[in-house]
Design a protein around this ligand. Structure first.
Ligand code: F6R
Length: 611
């Protein structure tokens, strides 16, 4: 998704802005650009299709420099990826602007501006904003007033940074629906889409709230509400160091993040477990009383986070006896759900800025849920700020576009939720002591599974030339099969689907032949014999089976077309987390062998802040 960095300083900002863009690369983008007010007061802009590195080389070759500037990575929504559509956009040689979000009424504004004599140099929805600001300035408003006057004309979502030639002493910014933070320095101040972009220059941040407008000069920062009344916003100290988002010795961020899972899981559980029980206060003030009233659960999320929700449904219904529905946020937000009495609304999101999930939460607040709970990895995100209860996953920054450690820590957080919901009514067939013991086993168990990296890499070779793959699981392992297939398709571009294994004979069995590898996850649980029978159906039709199975499971049928990789035993509740790891490694190694862009797969963005 688009990324913004900007700043005003005493020193030259070229390298700081480029480094900021590099740190936003993980969000996904197709082009990049930068504008600086030159020492001679001219706005000088440079844009490139493709990687930030190409932009860095171009700005160095063109000798751009200046202490007031804006930079941007674009992820195309309106208009193809091209240099012309890349940001910053200019109005004449006066005003420059970067934008993250979508302006829904841009056609109407564009027609009016065209009629008034503006010509357009891009196909974007963004260009109307910069012309509107220039028009306001022509009417005698200063840059801040012009920005505020323009915001009233816009429908949609935006984070904006604006500078102009006539006012080389300030940068203005605004936020509505897309994230924007301000980084506070000494004699220099910055804006960015997220803190990671600015960690080399500051650890102190203001997080702009919905509707905020900000004015940055070298001397200070002022924040206003939508009517330009000054407002106070707290300053947050980030605990992240600049190298928290470095790749280190790993070839890709995704591999680093897969291997960080034992630590991420331990951090997520830290402070939330005593010797033999859960600490429900971890969910927030009044959590114990609120969760005790819950009689039903509605989970909403997107993508990988949705798969975490699907897994939790098996747990919540099986062990708490509570009805639990799970829905993708983009569907939930546009229908009229029937809300059960005393229903808890749970949103799950790595970023906490996913537009659909955020909109679903806002809709839910009108619908009479007993409370809203966010399970999220970013403490400063809109989802966290707008929810009644919060359980943070402590996965640390996730840079690879394909979610890995965020997913397994979400599952751990959902097991904590299971325990918290079970506290007042008792868990069925499992007690809190057993749940805590299983959670505590997780980091060590995951360490042992990650040692299977080499055999999984070898197995990946069988997938490189394939066009399709099928993933199978049963019960709470079915969502894990879904997640495995999503990982494979998004980073290796191999078409992959997942089915509950019992569903095979109702259609997908027709696809089975030697060119369709079938991956199955087979922990030692009550459904194992059923799963084995389903695998036989595949084998009988010439399918190639790759089974991740509990070491105690005897799959005597192994041989031609039947490859089994034994995993250390995992207890029932944590098996979905344990079996996710080999599927992540499989997808990773297939992608590396295929030579795709593992950390930034084509067409995808990390944080989907537009609808
Ligand atoms: C897939 C992936 C996406 C995200 C989805 C939701 O690997 O990362 O499917 O899970 O875009 O993002 P969050 O969790 O940030 O709301």
């Amino acid at each position: 998704m688009c990324g913004i960095v900007g700043g005003i300083a005493q020193r030259d900002l070229r390298e700081i802005l480029i480094e900021g863009l590099r740190r936003l690369e993980y969000r996904g983008y197709d082009s990049a650009g930068l504008v600086l007010i030159q020492p001679d007061q001219r706005l000088q802009r440079c844009r490139r299709l493709g990687k930030v590195q190409a932009l860095a080389e171009a700005v160095a070759a063109e000798g751009l420099s200046g202490s007031l500037g804006l930079a941007h990575t674009r992820w195309a929504t309106h208009g193809a990826p091209s240099e012309q559509n890349a940001h910053p956009h200019l109005s004449g040689d006066q005003v420059a602007l970067v934008h993250n979000g979508i302006i829904e009424n841009y056609q109407e504004l564009r027609s009016a501006q065209r009629a008034a004599g503006h010509s357009f140099s891009s196909e974007t929805d963004t260009e109307v904003i910069v012309h509107a600001i220039a028009d306001q300035m022509d009417q005698g408003h200063d840059l801040l007033q012009a920005l505020q006057g323009t915001l009233g004309q816009l429908k949609g979502a935006y984070a904006l940074g604006v500078i102009c030639q006539a006012e080389p002493e300030r940068l203005v910014a605004a936020r509505h629906g897309s994230p924007l933070v301000i980084g506070l320095g000494f004699g220099e101040h910055f804006i960015a889409s997220d803190m990671a972009a600015l960690l080399p220059v500051t650890q102190r941040f203001i997080i702009l709230e919905e509707g905020d407008i900000a004015e940055l000069s070298r001397d200070g920062v002022k924040v206003y509400d939508a009517e330009l009344r000054p407002v106070e916003r707290p300053v947050h100290e980030s605990r992240l160091s600049a190298d928290a988002v470095e790749r280190g010795e790993y070839r890709h961020f995704m591999l680093k993040e897969i291997h960080e899972q034992p630590r991420a899981l331990a951090d997520t559980l830290e402070g939330r477990l005593s010797a033999d029980c859960l600490l429900i206060s971890a969910f927030g003030y009044a959590a114990e009383e609120l969760l005790g009233r819950v009689r039903a659960v509605q989970i909403v999320a997107c993508g990988t986070s949705y798969h975490a929700g699907l897994t939790a449904r098996y747990w919540i219904e099986r062990y708490c006896g509570l009805p639990c529905s799970v829905e993708v946020a983009s569907e939930f937000r546009y229908r009229q759900p029937v809300v059960l009495a005393d229903c808890l609304f749970v949103s799950i999101s790595q970023s906490g800025e996913t537009a659909d999930t955020l909109a679903a939460l806002r809709q839910a607040k009108q619908l009479g849920y007993v409370a809203s709970l966010a399970i999220c990895n970013v403490a400063e995100s809109a989802l966290v700020r707008e929810s009644d209860l919060v359980l943070l996953t402590h996965a640390g920054p996730e840079i690879g576009v394909a979610s890995t450690k965020a997913f397994t820590t979400q599952l751990a957080a959902l097991l904590l939720l299971l325990g918290a919901l079970g506290r007042s009514r008792g868990l069925i067939g499992c007690d809190e002591i057993e749940l805590v013991a299983q959670l505590r086993s997780l980091p060590g168990l995951c360490e042992r599974i990650l040692q299977l990296d080499e055999p999984i890499r070898a197995l990946a070779e069988a997938f490189v030339d394939k066009q399709h793959a099928l993933f199978l699981g049963r019960g709470s392992l079915y969502p894990i099969a879904l997640e495995g297939s999503l990982k494979l398709k998004e980073i290796s571009y191999i078409h992959a689907e997942a089915y509950p294994a019992g569903e095979l004979k109702h259609g997908p069995l027709a696809l089975i032949d030697e060119d369709m590898p079938v991956v199955a996850v087979a922990p030692n649980n009550a459904l194992l014999d059923k799963l084995k029978a389903n695998l036989e159906e595949v084998r009988a039709r010439g399918g190639q089976l790759y089974v991740f199975a509990d070491e105690a499971v005897c799959l005597s049928e192994t041989g031609e077309g039947y490859t089994v990789l034994a995993l250390p035993h995992s207890a029932q509740l944590v098996a979905p987390i344990a079996y996710t790891l080999p599927l992540q490694l499989l997808a990773y190694h297939v992608a590396v062998l295929k030579g795709t862009d593992v950390d930034q797969p084509r067409n995808l963005a990390k944080s989907v802040t537009v609808e």
